[in-house]
Design a protein. Structure first.
Length: 747
């Protein structure tokens, strides 16, 4: 085993300390100043929301350069986004200019500094040493589409069923291994404990070989190859340890295992590492972030100095006190309490509503009231837990004429899965709609390729017919062959059958049936990714939206009008976004919608991660609350309609964790006494919702029994698991659904 030895670190000539506090440090509060001036050794800066962490980080870099503790080229600073990196460079340069004796600074004052994202810095190192890993310095970095194409090729070469091993799902598993710094050789049996893991491991090995043969990397490889390089070539690691006298890290709570290992290796000589982050804002566990990295900093560096930034410059005392009380319920945290010197402000307003439509009406009224008080729309935001929640707000704001933007995503009817579903409905409603037919003809994949589509277009143009008519004529003439022939014939039969059903069933039920029978729902369900789960939630919301219209024609006309609405060319627009997308932002007025059990905290997080999932959901609530500067509203609905049936909702447990002295209930409901979760209100909701509750089903086994569904007709229960039934319907085929949606047929 190679043992690394390091020389005594050297610094450029010049003063290593100053008797007086520099001017740029005098403008900081005491904890901020402490974090900046604590130059040597490991430092952890716990920076709460709105406490000036970026100011501390950039001032610290400027201080290292201004006091000549290090040249710019001897500083490594990493962050997560290019935007943050650019902002840091600009602010460091500005600080150095203001500190210069004559008020000027040379253009190269920060030249040579290694400041950028983890991936950018890792790629820079890798290009210098690519040959050591079997690559050349001109290696290419594949984007997500190229990665999937290569992975699909590997899966095909192994003669594996791409339905059993969807490329996106396999890529998710491979990326999770890379996030943990695991090459194929390091994936031990401990990581092969789930179904198909061993097969995916073999795909991983072949995929990495193909990448190497193509002189290519994916984004996960950049850090992974760095770790391999440092392990196999310790002299290279030693050079970088000597080069970088100081290592600084932004958003440390969001690092994954590979990033954590990379940082520890680069700081192993001098341990002059400063990590800035907030354990209470670690909300990206689903994409590999490990909150444990920041929690064990003092274990990794026993001599570490921990500085807490707790003075908030953003929010009122009511908002900060509520946020602090909420997050205090988490066990996995280092602990800090936000405070502000600003007194006064409004308490947090909590509003119970009947359903999401009333929620949208209420928030719309409050937005208009704020507008009358001259609060710009751009200083207001609605933050939701799940993307499907935006639809009700979008519909309401279109009615009110309130300009809005969906940040970090598309408007509801612009989303891919919604456009695909609407294409099916348009093709059913209007057989001559070629644009819709062309969009859905091979979605999901049916083996109908580009050549078949060109043949359809040629035939249709020659006779001035629609694509559906052209397909029928070519099939009758026997002009199509193979998979395209059988798939197209089946699709046309399905379209005709769906048109006939459209006369008898509602638009929502029709859409659900079409998504099932076309295998479109199964396509996303089989992917098992976070993105796919969001798409399925959006489709459920589409079924619900369709249920509000008497006919399919009325719905399609509504969508056309919505999509045709011109988006105002103005910066004064209200923002709608998910809580995850809101991190790092701030608004004068914030509305937090949908605070109900199962939605927030999200049931999937609880089911998959248990206590850890609950604590991350609570951190997400903390992030949402601390986005507000002056006004904060939280709403929860008593009922949510799923599959056109009302289901009562229980208020989120997070509401009971907010201190009563800092909240105001807008409806005169009884106050919650933790942990009752608004017990009296829950009983009231359940009582009021009884008229919507489906009749109780028998408690004995339903397997083998005959049931009736108001859309699919009669069927036999093949299997049951808790409240989920696997049913074969006489006319609709095999379906899976909740037991409450069918009636037992008495013999």
């Amino acid at each position: 085993m190679t043992v690394l030895t390091f020389p005594t670190p050297t610094r450029p000539d010049g003063p290593t300390s100053t008797s007086a506090v520099p001017e740029y440090a005098q403008r900081l509060n005491p904890p901020q100043r402490e974090a900046v001036l604590a130059s040597d050794g490991p430092v952890l800066v716990l920076a709460g929301a709105g406490t000036g962490k970026t100011r501390v980080l950039t001032t610290r870099i400027a201080h290292l350069i201004a006091t000549r503790r290090a040249w710019p080229s001897q500083i490594l600073a990493v962050t997560f986004t290019n935007k943050a990196a650019r902002e840091m460079i600009e602010r460091v340069q500005a600080l150095l200019v203001s500190h210069a004796p004559d008020g000027t600074s040379t253009p190269d004052a920060t030249s040579g500094m290694w400041l950028g994202t983890f991936h950018a810095i890792a790629a820079r190192i890798l290009r210098r040493h690519a040959e050591s890993l079997g690559l050349t310095s001109s290696f290419i970095i594949l984007d997500a589409d190229d990665q999937l194409r290569l992975l699909k090729s590997v899966i095909a070469e192994k003669n594996l069923d791409d339905k059993r091993f969807p490329a996106k799902q396999v890529m998710g598993t491979i990326q999770s291994w890379k996030d943990r710094g695991l090459t194929p050789a390091k994936v031990t049996h401990a990581y092969l404990d789930h179904p198909n893991a061993e097969v995916i491991h073999s795909i991983y090995s072949a995929y990495q070989q193909r990448l190497l043969a193509n002189n290519a990397c994916d984004f996960g490889d950049l850090l992974l190859h760095n770790l391999t390089l440092f392990q196999n070539h310790p002299e290279v690691l030693q050079d970088y340890c000597r080069k970088f006298h100081y290592v600084l890290v932004d958003e440390y709570q969001d690092t994954n295992v590979a990033q954590y290992l990379w940082l520890r290796l680069l700081a192993m000589e001098h341990q002059n590492i400063c990590c800035v982050g907030d354990d209470d804002q670690s909300i990206y566990g689903w994409r590999g972030a490990e909150v444990g990295n920041i929690l064990k900093f003092e274990q990794d560096y026993p001599t570490a100095q921990v500085v807490r930034l707790e003075q908030n410059y953003r929010s009122t005392s009511h908002i900060l006190s509520a946020a602090s009380a909420l997050i205090a319920n988490n066990k996995g945290r280092l602990g800090k309490t936000l405070w502000t010197s600003q007194e006064g402000g409004e308490p947090i307003r909590i509003k119970a509503v009947w359903d999401d439509m009333e929620e949208a009406r209420y928030i719309g009224e409050e937005v208009e009231a704020r507008q009358r008080q001259r609060v710009p729309l751009s200083d207001m935001a609605i933050l939701v837990r799940a993307g499907f929640q935006t639809r009700a707000f979008e519909e309401r704001f279109l009615t009110l004429g309130i300009a809005y933007r969906v940040v970090g995503g598309l408007r509801f009817y612009e989303r891919l899965e919604i456009r695909d579903a609407i294409a099916y409905l348009r093709a059913i409603q209007q057989p001559r709609d070629d644009l819709a037919f062309e969009r859905m003809i091979n979605t999901p994949k049916r083996g109908i390729g580009q050549s078949t589509l060109e043949q359809l277009h040629t035939h249709a143009r020659a006779r001035n017919h629609s694509l559906q008519e052209a397909a029928t004529e070519l099939l009758q003439a026997g002009a199509l062959r193979g998979k395209a022939q059988s798939s197209l014939a089946q699709l046309l039969q399905q379209l005709q059958r769906w048109r006939e059903l459209a006369r008898d069933i509602g638009p929502g039920a029709l859409c659900e049936l079409v998504m099932e029978e076309s295998s479109y729902w199964r396509m996303w369900e089989s992917e098992k990714s976070q993105e796919a789960q969001g798409r399925l939630e959006n489709l459920r919301e589409l079924y619900r939206a369709l249920g509000e219209f008497p006919t399919l024609e009325a719905f399609l006309e509504h969508v056309s009008l919505v999509m045709d609405t011109d988006e105002r060319n103005s910066d004064d627009m209200l923002s709608i976004m998910t809580l995850h997308a809101a991190k790092g932002l701030e608004f004068n007025t914030v509305f937090l919608g949908g605070w109900e059990e199962g939605l927030f905290p999200h049931q999937r997080a609880l089911d998959e991660s248990g206590t850890a999932g609950l604590e991350e959901e609570r951190r997400l609530a903390y992030v949402g609350i601390t986005r507000a500067k002056e006004h904060l509203y939280i709403t929860h609905a008593s009922n949510r309609r799923i599959y056109n049936q009302w289901q009562s909702s229980v208020p989120s447990r997070f509401l009971s964790e907010l201190p009563e002295g800092h909240i105001e209930r807008m409806d005169g409901m009884p106050q919650a006494q933790a942990p009752s979760l608004f017990q009296r209100n829950i009983e009231h909701i359940l009582y009021e919702a009884q008229r919507y509750t489906p009749p109780p089903r028998p408690t004995d086994s339903m397997k083998g029994k005959r049931v009736f569904h108001n859309k699919f007709g009669y069927g036999i229960v093949l299997a049951e698991s808790n409240d989920n039934l696997d049913i074969f319907f006489e006319k609709a085929g095999r379906k899976k659904m909740m037991a409450d949606y069918v009636e037992l047929v008495k013999s």
